[in-house]
Design a protein around this ligand. Sequence first.
Ligand code: TPP
Length: 659
Amino acid sequence: MDNADTAAYPLLDTIAEPADLRRLDERSLSALSDELRRFLVESVAVTGGHLGASLGTIELTVALHYVFDTPRDRLVWDVGHQTYGPKILTGRRERMGSMRKSGGLAGFPNRRESEYDTFGVGHSSTSISAALGMALAIRRREEAREAAAAADERGARESAERAAEEAERRRVVAVIGDGALTAGLAYEALNHAGGVRADMLVVLNDNDMSISPNVGAMNKYLARIMSGKLVTGAREGSKKVLGKVPTMLELARRTEEQLKGMVVPCTMFEELGFTYYGPVDGHDVDSLVAVLRNLRDLRGPVFLHCVTEKGHGYRFAEEDPLALHAVTPFDPNTGKALKSGKSNRPTYTKVFGDWLCDAAAADPRIVGITPAMREGSGLVEFEHRFPERYHDVGIAEQHSVTLAAGLACEGLRPVVAIYSTFLQRAYDQLVHDVALQALPVLFAIDRAGVVGPDGPTHAGSFDLSFMRCLPNMTIMAPADENECRRMLATGLAIDGPSAVRYPRGQGPGVEVDERAPPVPVGEGELRLEGTRVALLAFGTMVTPAEALGAELGFTVANMRFVKPLDTALVERLATTHELLVTLEENALPGGAGAAILEHLAAIGSSTPVRLIGLPDEFVEHGSREELLAHCRLDLEGLRARLNALLEAEDTLRRRAVAG
Ligand SMILES: Cc1ncc(C[n+]2csc(CCOP(=O)(O)OP(=O)(O)O)c2C)c(N)n1
């Protein structure tokens, strides 16, 4: 990447939108891909964001936009973390410097951002379903037109004219990674698409990686296709093309050469009703264009198996695709992160990971489960120390929860490490398989509350609301790192489902005592005794509440449990204060404050209560600090809100006295 910042982009400069790309001579596509890749690295080096996946799909991006008539043809990307290249080609190049910043470009496709972003995404494995929906809608429109034409002769003429207009059939393409193909949702969609013989193309972007190395039998199956066993088996007399230890990409090249455009039978995808083509080299843009042109006009469901390399074309990302999956700003010449000036305080993720290892060492019943988030959820060390008790189930949140339920049935103590946003996927499993059967599964819920640059798709705003309504659940929100450890131990000791929800990043910096005892279930604690106003704070809100309580002379309680609520404490505070204010980093509807309101209503308390939490809206992307400020949950916002509440309360009282 030498001289990256002085590099020129002669081809890229000519492209304001994909129509410009389609005017290029085919022979320049390879050079354009190089420019696009160079620009991408240069831009992400400054902003940070998802890098490896976008690098690996550069040629696919160029070829798809070259062959298909986007945005008229629908291109649906899975997860959407690989769409930096597409954003650059679809009129957003100038704004790449604002990537994931407040008010800037979203890190994922977003329908409000561009007509090229056909489907909003961030969570994986939705692309085939969404694309199928589009394909069926297109078919429905075609059928309706034909029916109208048949019913009316004049209509027939008009319809013929319209048909001429619409001569070019609208195509639908889904691009899905091998990681995303570990989710049940993708198979539900394949099953349906094959059954109804939808006109759509599914492109599998197979790089053998999820965030960490991909897992599961399907991954092995894809590798088997790659290694030519299926392919060569299907073709009688074909020469074996395998060398000693060829790379996946090398295999794709050789296999492709051997097949020379013929459709390979016998894959699972064929059995599901798809026309399977591949595997092809996903970095050979010329071949990709040729193949896509052939497939574009096929009717029925078509499956193109592309082999790519995550991080392709940028040495440091090729060498360490895991580290460069998502990055903070870095030096493009070394691939190394620029100094962030962050403190060395442990993150909540680390506190959890350490606790899990210690707990597992003491209790052989403990097993750890992650749906494809080993690094993000802090399970690297656990896998290393307890490989036989570690389960990476792939991007399969639903399965991860029901698997835990099954393990619990047999006497084990499963710990499901999961992001708040991804637990949303497994809601029925949480209700039906765990809570209903009161099984002892501990949920370690990371990234709860405001998350940041990934935006609303990854926000952990709802877990308190969607868990609180479930019978049998114990739900905890730690005020600090040490309490997080204590609560995890508490959850483990409970003979039923429990959850500890903690935020992204670091806590207030409280020292973690390894021997810290569990906390008494259902008991909050008083942190400050003041007058008039009591702040009832949950989780991350305890620290700012304490600071403001000290400043304003208010009582402050660390409520600790969202369920079971410390009703005795709530009642005591209600009878000794003029105003109660609840504080939480969760959506207000159905959240922890609502629990307090419900209880006070049930006992007929007339003490006024005000709720502070996340607003009833999807908060856009930005840094965690910016988003907290936007929600007025930072110290300044909270202070202003408390003062305003107090003023309003005083006015009410004065009026009552005067009246
Ligand atoms: C439902 C869901 N679970 C987890 C994630 C986190 N996640 C983001 S990208 C990714 C790996 C995707 O792998 P793959 O589809 O192969 O794409 P690649 O990054 O390899 O290009 C994961 C697990 C997610 N986005 N959605």
